[in-house]
Design a protein around this ligand. Structure first.
Ligand code: NAP
Length: 468
């Protein structure tokens, strides 16, 4: 592999509730990385032949340890990226369910698949491809790792993880959990390298597939590098989910779902309802109800169970979101509520509502990764669909209405990877997750997630005299 130079460490825990550095980690040296990649490669040669039952047993054990340690793990999320403790614990429970899901169903998902052919017989068989590089963001420190690791390790691949630099303790403890669960050395490995050094890893011959969840900027350079080396890649990038409220929707339910949904994880969710689209005749009522709701929100310590809105993930994150709101207002948007950071230590900001956002302005097209509810008024359903699709992103989306058939008809017209009826875009092990347009390509979770990094190999049984 190319040379990775040790640099001063950007890999550290800075508690966003206080903005204090809690722990720093050394960037790994070239020699350390070389050893770890060699281990991962060697592990693959064994792991690919390990029976499914043993792979499943490992994943079940990982799930069990995560459940046992959910308080500790949830707290680590809170300390490293500011998530409310209850959300962190919920995230860990979801991860355990995903590990169990692939342990329970992975064998069936990867069973040989007979093909209908008039001559002889043929079937598809699914073979692991080798060491995978998984690059993940900080917003769901354990879930992001899990949805990449669970299917791929069940499929017989091995994985090296490069996690976001601000969640190193979550990254390190996950490797410990795999070790405690009995994973052979090299099956799952944490790498402490900065994002700027990832291209060196992509070029390494032992890495056979690469996936990244993160921003469009990182995704684009990542995929370009993968293309250079002809390596399969998947990308899960940003989103600007539309939340379309139809004329027959229960308005109170719609306001509550959209406004509270936007505060989940302090708005730092790729599938957060980022653009609320309502009909003009109910827009004022919608806005005033949302305003009343946000005026009651308790912003505060993420470890306090009564807190409803926790800090953002970092000082940089809060500064960026506040600046995006300021630019939106300068460009003509109306600030209905909030928009400011709190006058206290930590990366706290008020829940915020923007309206009158015009096409051509930054807030219209950019993803806002924070607790900012953007409400758009439209004259009719056709305009709602047009606006929902007037974005470079295509991750998730929601349609709210009491006539389900109508809501589904609208959902079919939204260019996104996932559209939920009467719910914000959600997450479950058995449901695929992923986007279209600039939100990336590939799917995680569900049966689809385990087929991304396997060789779908054809085996055909025939005779020399067959025409083909
Ligand atoms: P980011 O800067 O792109 O970072 C994500 C990961 O990529 C981190 O591990 C980062 O490492 C690494 N990285 C940064 N630059 C890189 C490069 N040039 N090449 C390779 N790796 C690189 O993302 P973020 O802004 O922190 O995260 C938020 C974004 O992720 C949002 O846009 C959000 O919508 C998106 N997201 C998408 C999904 C999804 O499923 N679609 C889920 C969650 C988040 P360092 O930390 O060391 O820089």
């Amino acid at each position: 592999m190319s040379v990775l130079k040790a640099t001063p460490s950007s890999i550290k825990t800075v508690n966003p509730a206080t903005n204090k550095i809690e722990k720093q980690f050394e960037v790994m040296s070239d020699e350390q990385i070389e050893t770890l990649l060699a281990n991962a490669d060697r592990a693959f040669s064994q792991w690919k032949h390990t029976p499914f039952t043993q792979r499943a047993a490992l994943l079940h054990k990982v799930a069990a340890i995560m459940r046992e340690q959910k308080q500790t793990l949830g707290r680590l999320c809170t300390i490293e990226m500011g998530k409310r403790l209850a959300e962190g614990i919920g995230e860990v429970e979801l991860c355990a369910n995903i590990f169990d899901y692939y342990a329970d169903h992975g064998t069936a998902f990867l069973a040989d698949k007979p093909l209908d052919t008039p001559i002889g017989s043929a079937f598809l068989t699914y073979e692991p491809i080798g060491v995978l590089l998984s690059v993940q963001p900080w917003n769901f420190p354990f879930y992001q790792i899990t949805r990449s690791a669970a299917p791929n390790i069940m499929a017989g691949n091995t994985m090296v993880l490069k996690h976001a630099s601000n969640v190193p303790q979550c990254a390190a403890i996950m490797e410990d959990i795999f070790a405690q669960a009995g994973a052979p050395k090299g099956v799952y490995t944490n790498l402490f390298v900065p994002g700027s050094k990832v291209s060196n890893l992509i070029g390494d011959k032992r890495i056979k597939g690469v996936s990244l969840t993160g921003s469009e900027t990182a995704g684009s350079s990542f995929a370009a590098e993968a293309g250079k080396y002809v390596k399969k890649s998947t990308l899960e990038l940003g989103g600007s989910d539309a939340f379309v409220v139809l004329a027959d929707a229960d308005l109170d339910l719609a306001v509550n779902t959209a406004a509270m949904g936007r505060l989940w994880n302090a708005g730092q969710v790729c599938v957060s309802p980022k653009r609320i689209i309502v009909l003009a005749d109910v827009a004022d009522a919608f806005i005033s109800k949302a305003r009343a709701l946000y005026a009651q929100i308790k912003v505060g310590d993420p470890l306090d169970p009564s807190t409803q809105l926790a800090p953002l993930s970092s000082e940089k994150a809060v500064q960026e979101v506040v600046e995006q709101v300021e630019i939106a207002v300068r460009e003509g948007a109306t600030l209905v509520y909030g928009g400011h950071r709190l006058d206290r230590a930590g990366a706290y900001m008020e829940p915020t509502i923007l309206t009158n956002i015009k096409p051509g302005t930054a807030a219209y097209s950019q993803e806002i990764f924070g607790p900012v509810l953007c409400i758009f008024a439209v004259k009719d359903e056709a305009q709602a669909i047009e606006l929902a699709n007037d974005t470079e992103f295509g991750l998730g989306g929601s349609v709210f209405g009491t006539d389900t058939a109508k809501a589904v008809a609208v959902a079919r017209q939204i260019d996104a990877g996932m559209v939920y009826i009467n719910h914000t875009t959600g997450i479950a092990p058995e449901l695929p997750f992923g986007g279209t347009k600039n939100s990336g390509y590939g799917r995680e979770q569900s049966p689809s997630g385990i087929h991304e990094f396997v060789n779908e190999k054809l085996i055909r049984i025939t005779t020399p005299d067959a025409p083909y």
